[in-house]
Design a protein around this ligand. Sequence first.
Ligand code: APR
Ligand code: PHB
Length: 395
Amino acid sequence: MRTTVGIIGAGPAGLLLARLLHNAGVDSVVLESRDRAYVERRQRAGILEQGTVDVLRAAGAGTRMDREGLPHDGVELRFDRRRHRVDLPALTGGRAVTVYAQTEVCKDLIALQLADGGPLLFGAEALAVEDATTDSPRIRFRHEGREDTLVCDYVVGCDGFWGVARTAVPKDVSRIFERGYPYSWLGILADVPPSHDELVYARHDRGFALLSMRSPTVTRAYLQVPEGTDAADWSDTEIWDELDRRLETDDPAWTLRRGPVTAKSVTPLRSHVHEPMRHGRLFLAGDAAHIVPPTGAKGLNLAVGDVVTFARALLRYRDTGDPGPLDAYSETCLRRVWQAERFSYAMTTMLHRAPDATGFDDRIQRARLDRITTARSAEADLAEAYTGFPLDPQD
Ligand code: APR
Ligand code: PHB
């Protein structure tokens, strides 16, 4: 098999890239190791930056998002029993975010790709990327019990944190920057309307809590829990009681709506960046190259930024012969990646309570929150990062 761009992984990065290339008349093949139902059910974050919304719309993948997505003009910070609303458009010159689950983005892109795009093979596991530094890199893969090879002009590894693409970069070229956090998130979905019409990020002495949503009838919520926690150890009542405690406020208008919990899972938190994001004709995009802790919901938006950068660079080369943007891919992406790493790290450490936190650490967290809620420049800094950095310094 032969194609122009071989894409490993049908998460949001791989699927969007296939769509952008298809729209521009570039052929691609997507290899995805799991089946379609698995990819469409996997629960992930659900906050789309303004730039992500614009890209999906321009790619022709925004119809359902425009109908069902929930535009949000603010987020709430809750601490010391206080509520503080961050007005996103007022602080950013009109930018906001949209609540639309990653699973829904994937469903929309899969439907489009199967209807009129290039091949999207489920159950096709990439085994290795070979000849990355030649003009025809290749992907060895297994599909329906048989091994095959996809010969490409370019390979884009969109295969997530556990994928194989990254391993094709030689050890003496790879640099890894990472940080773990001594806590995890217990996430739930519940069949109950959200208790508030915007997201609530809460810092509490008992630990972080986040109130989010998937739709006007489905609540998504998270609790900071110790590393190694088993979701099954938390009963539904214990989860709601703990959310209630961590979201406590002096505002008499506040009540937490409880309802049946339909899903529970635990996710560890980590920051991880692989540099460079390009080796020869192998390009890494999304979680294959970088992970952010979920506080601030940057993961999906970073993945979108990477594949838009790649697609633009490839088209520039095709249309003008200028290889500059392709050569600069890693550098261009990493600038944005590190801004998102910085923001996710800052949000995480400001809002979570480490097991060994001292009184000093507590005071610093409160001082950071106090600064954001009293200095417009600090609040604007948060709002700008939350609604998203530009895809390209020239944008
Ligand atoms: N061969 C084929 N497919 C693979 C392989 C392989 N060897 N290894 C992994 N995959 C597939 C996975 O099954 C998955 O569907 O690659 C896909 C990677 O998708 P994601 O993990 O969703 O990564 P990405 O598309 O970069 O999206 C980033 O996901 O983790 C969240 O917060 C993150 O929202 C962000 C988004
Ligand atoms: C989510 O709804 O899953 C979500 C929202 C905001 C975050 C993280 C996750 O910061």
